[in-house]
Design a protein around this ligand. Structure first.
Ligand SMILES: [Ca+2]
Length: 206
């Protein structure tokens, strides 16, 4: 009986292997009897699930490795970032960044380049719908936006403005970053400096 079953298993296995030979490897899914157990062969759903799980674990490990021991997220742009979830005015948040690290400022390089949209939610855990302060204002001259790293915004940075921002002129002189506000609005905005928002700090990678 065992011998007959083994023979039957070999025949099934041969059929499976022949099927493999005539099938696209990206589409074929079958079962193969090996060492007294059936295993999946080809591109089966369980293989896909396993690959997705593995990729997610690798991604999580990679993201963990990108945080410094004192909790700053290390970006690929040469700077590290820390999100302050407590709300405060622009000036208070600027001081908070400085007090957490001697050369830190509100995020300027990442705000200017638009990098924030690639890592604020996924890596920093900033909820959608959040508005937080970044480093820049036009308080000295209306519509001349100067980042906290002293770089003046130019026309090449316009694409980072969200929707119809900036608006409300002299009533809104400090830069904020919008994260999927009202479901989709992401990018730079202007807001009253006296409003209280969370903030994103930035410091050079040591
Ligand atoms: Ca303004």
């Amino acid at each position: 009986m065992i011998a007959m079953f083994s023979l039957f298993a070999r025949i099934v296995e041969l059929i499976m292997l022949l099927s493999t030979a005539f099938s696209s490897s990206s589409q074929f899914c079958g079962r193969r009897y090996v060492n007294r157990q059936w295993i999946s062969v080809g591109n089966c759903g369980d293989n896909v699930s396993s690959k997705v799980s593995t990729d997610l674990i690798k991604l999580a490990e990679k993201e963990r490795g990108r945080f410094t021991s004192d909790g700053w997220y290390r970006s690929t742009n040469g700077y590290e970032y820390k999100y302050i979830s407590d709300t405060a005015t622009y000036d208070v948040q600027t001081s908070s960044c400085l007090s957490s690290y001697s050369t830190a400022r509100l995020a300027s390089e990442a705000a200017r380049s638009g990098d924030l949209s690639s890592f604020d939610s996924s890596a920093m855990g900033v909820p959608n719908g959040t508005i937080y302060f970044v480093g820049g204002s036009d308080v000295a001259t209306e519509d001349t936006w100067i980042f906290q790293d002293s770089v003046v915004m130019n026309s090449g940075d316009i694409s980072t403005w969200a929707g119809s921002e900036p608006n409300f002129g002299t009533a809104e002189n400090c830069l904020v970053w919008l994260v999927q506000v009202n479901g989709s609005l992401t990018g730079l905005g202007d807001a009253p400096c006296a409003n209280s928002y969370p903030a994103m700090c930035e410091r050079p990678i040591a």
